[in-house]
Design a protein around this ligand. Structure first.
Ligand code: ADP
Ligand code: MG
Length: 179
């Protein structure tokens, strides 16, 4: 079992003479295809920045993609790199709260969504709980994840899968364009 917080552990800066300050680097996949999808994605980035325990480090550009296994309008997608003091489950709850703030409903699987926030990577953790699978299980198959991820982290490794870049060719037929 990997430790929950491993990659990105900062220097041993002591707070209050107690536990060392530690954070994880996490990558969040953002997508929307209902309402003003572009505005929803931009607002999600702002909310990640405001989220207690999280700092937005880098955001990819925005991309337009056709729905995969889904319906409705094109998606607007992006990937964010954050530093977080939240553990992975708490971070997932925070992501769900941001989705809820945008009125996210789940009427059926892969339904169109005002906002979808997926925890792609959490340091080098491998997590398989009832609520959370990290690395995100479909991230190597989706251009809308890989292209923005590789924009901001070209040499990133996916724990258990190797370099993310090696999966780019496999999704090259999926329509995605920067906006
Ligand atoms: P999807 O994003 O796969 O289209 P949802 O956003 O509706 O579907 O997520 C369904 C469930 O997937 C969530 O309730 C959540 O508990 C679970 N889940 C498991 N792993 C992850 C992850 N890495 N990131 C986001 N949700 C996850
Ligand atoms: Mg999701």
């Amino acid at each position: 079992m990997h430790t929950a917080i491993s990659a990105g552990v900062g220097p041993a800066t002591l707070q209050d003479d107690k536990a060392p300050f530690a954070f994880a680097i996490a990558y969040i996949g953002i997508g929307a295809n209902l309402g003003d999808a572009r505005a929803n994605v931009l607002d999600a980035l702002e909310r990640l920045q405001r989220q207690p325990g999280c700092t937005l480090m880098t955001a990819s550009g925005l991309y337009r993609t056709a729905p995969i296994d889904s319906s409705g309008d094109d998606y607007i997608n992006a990937v964010a790199r954050i530093a977080t003091k939240l553990d992975a489950e708490a971070l997932l709850q925070a992501l769900h709260a941001i989705e809820q703030a945008h009125g996210r409903e789940r009427p059926y699987r892969n339904a169109p969504r005002t906002l979808d926030l997926d925890l792609l990577l959490y340091g080098d953790a491998i997590i398989n709980s009832t609520t959370l699978t990290v690395p995100h299980p479909r991230m190597t198959e989706r251009a809308f994840v890989l292209v923005p991820l590789l924009e901001i982290a070209p040499s990133i490794h996916i724990p258990g899968h190797g370099p993310a870049a090696q999966y780019a060719a496999g999704v090259a037929d999926q329509g995605i364009r920067p906006i």
